[in-house]
Design a protein around this ligand. Sequence first.
Ligand SMILES: Nc1ncnc2c1ncn2[C@@H]1O[C@H](COP(=O)(O)OP(=O)(O)OP(=O)(O)O)[C@@H](O)[C@H]1O
Ligand SMILES: [Mg+2]
Length: 465
Amino acid sequence: MVNRPHLRPATGGSIRRQLVVQLLIVAAVLSGLLYLSVRGVADTAVETTQDSILGAATIAIAEELRGGEDGVSIDIPYTAFSMLGSIGEDRVFYRILVGGETVTGYPDLALPESPPGSGLDPRFFTTSYDGSEVRAAAVVRSVLVEGRNTEVMVIVAQTRGAKDAIVAQMANRAALLGLGFFALAAVLSVITARSVLNPVQRLAEAVGRRGPDDLRPVERPVPSELAPLVRALNGFIARLSGALSRTETFIAEAAHHIRTPLATLRTQAEIALRKTDDEATRDSLRAMIRAADDSARSAGQLLDHAAVVYRTDQRTEERIDLCQLARDMSDSFGPTADIRDIDLTTDLCAPPVEITADRLLVESALRNLLDNAIKYSLPDGSVAVTVGTDGGRAVIRVLDRGRGLSGARTTQLTGRFRRGTNVADVVGSGLGLTIVREVARAQGGEFRITEREGGGTCAELSLPL
Ligand SMILES: Nc1ncnc2c1ncn2[C@@H]1O[C@H](COP(=O)(O)OP(=O)(O)OP(=O)(O)O)[C@@H](O)[C@H]1O
Ligand SMILES: [Mg+2]
């Protein structure tokens, strides 16, 4: 529970990437449609132009038809061909039929599927001639020949090379336009994706910036789509702070409800011990007292540990004068030390050593260190508490001349419920140094316990200044 690594959430892809990809797909489809429609419009426009020139040329020829007593005469106007030449270098074919018979031009040039109505209204059609596709216009005019109205059809056809070239050129431009449009859309979609996700980013930053004990609900305005998420988050925060305050109450109540009856039990057992002379009963009562001590100790340490763990997540930092704190703590251990004739001294460096930390945590750590030093000292021993600084850190040492560690190292003694091999005769639960280690970690400090030269133990807690 303490100092757990921050869990990295499993991420199922990125919304931004998905958004960009989808916008790019839309842009690609639109660019394709743009290309196709520009091409289509160009094709129709060029064809319409070619048709109107072709129609005009055909009408110009038809208008030159002259009827007479000895047949039809025509003087094909030069302007008709110069008109057709204006589109480009294309071959031109013509055919003139009088009463259904070809009189001049290319006799194998195809006729329109249905004949055009008379009145110089050209009919356009596409066919092929001499191996190339041609666009043709046909008009019909009636001419007086030998006193009779005779229908004369004029067909003019032109190959489509120039038209195809113009359409190909337009298609190239359309492709460039499509590409340009796509590039612009790509840039815009990246910008859009970023700005759409900005509120999410800002919300995440605002929540991430909070301190470990900031359990206020999130109140910053968010877009309506994020409102359910923020509501859920606020619900979760409310439940969490409810659970935390219940934990705090539980710790305090459990401590009271376990310690009080155990103390009564112990007192009663001691009274009974004084009243009886039966050795067997006395042995049982002594075992009972020892078990009550053990349980009280374990219960106390377990609750202390729980309080420290809880407190680690809910730290309230303040400036603490370590010398003052060490003096107060030593004073509170004075009576315990006196009972065992232990000389408890404090050696505090002259200027006060101040740190920013949670008072309750540091007190818990120091209490456990002093408790160990007195508990594992021989009667008439000596315990010293020193406070100083070393390389930018405040260092508290608790030194004793007790039984030592029998070679055990810090890591072996700071685990939960881990006790040394040489302490079976002393009541203990093996949680004291676990508490010290966790306090050191929570405050960004270090703890180690070593054997002293000349016997005894040195417990050293260093905390950032
Ligand atoms: N000053 C000391 N002198 C000798 N041994 C010590 C000292 N301090 C700690 N130890 C060893 O480290 C072990 C772990 O200490 P810790 O305080 O965690 O547990 P405990 O004292 O046995 O039980 P409790 O949780 O009741 O304090 C002890 O059992 C003891 O073997
Ligand atoms: Mg201890």
